[in-house]
Design a protein around this ligand. Structure first.
Ligand SMILES: Nc1ncnc2c1ncn2[C@@H]1O[C@H](COP(=O)(O)OP(=O)(O)OP(=O)(O)O)[C@@H](O)[C@H]1O
Ligand SMILES: [Mg+2]
Length: 180
């Protein structure tokens, strides 16, 4: 994958497939510590320890009747290529947390990609699910909670063109502000 935002999208997609009603993405860029890290926390159906092990290393875990997914192994590879790695903790019936750490200035670290577009896409295509998104770049930070947005909008959907446009501008401006 060319951009980290695509990995993030894939991991959040997993949460949605797992039946989560709340998905939290925390993204931190800390240039002093030379680290980029993100975590995705969900309240989906979770995984058994055996399953969690199998999804991280699908090729060393032996024969499986399920298809082999590549989202998590590719994220692991991308993170390890920069001196980082991933952590997964999950509990059946409770939820899952997946976090990934990347070497910020490592030559093989993929660019982050467009987070405003990525989050807009997720928010507008899964309006029945709630999302919390926090993005920090050094000492600047902002967060969005779709539960709060929905309260303000009072039933007007994110897919309503004026709302989509407003949300798009809101995300873009906040992302830009992090690097100003
Ligand atoms: N957040 C999650 N909650 C519950 N199960 C999960 C979660 N994330 C992953 N899984 C399980 O791990 C499997 C592997 O995930 P992975 O993203 O590696 O591949 P995939 O989603 O199956 O396929 P793809 O290659 O399209 O991503 C999933 O099919 C699912 O069974
Ligand atoms: Mg996946």
């Amino acid at each position: 994958m060319k951009e980290l935002s695509l990995h993030i999208l894939d991991i959040m997609q997993n949460s949605i497939t797992a039946g989560a009603t709340l998905v939290t993405l925390e993204l931190i860029e800390d240039t002093a510590a030379d680290i980029l890290k993100f975590s995705v926390t969900d309240n989906g159906k979770g995984m058994t320890p055996e399953m969690a092990k199998a999804v991280i290393d699908p090729f060393t875990t032996g024969r499986t009747t399920r298809k082999v997914g590549l989202g998590i192994p590719l994220l692991k590879l991308a993170a390890e290529n920069t001196g980082g790695g991933i952590e997964l903790s999950s509990e059946v019936g409770v939820g899952t947390v997946i976090s990934a750490v990347f070497g910020y200035s490592h030559i093989d670290r993929q660019p982050l990609g467009n987070m405003a577009e990525t989050m807009l896409g997720i928010f507008t295509s899964h309006e029945d699910i709630d999302f919390v998104y926090k993005h920090r770049h050094n000492d600047k930070e902002y967060s969005v909670d779709t539960r709060e947005l929905k309260k303000i909008l009072g039933g007007v959907p994110f897919t309503q063109p004026e709302v989509t446009l407003w949300l798009s501008d809101f995300l873009k401006e906040n992302e830009q502000e992090l690097y100003a």
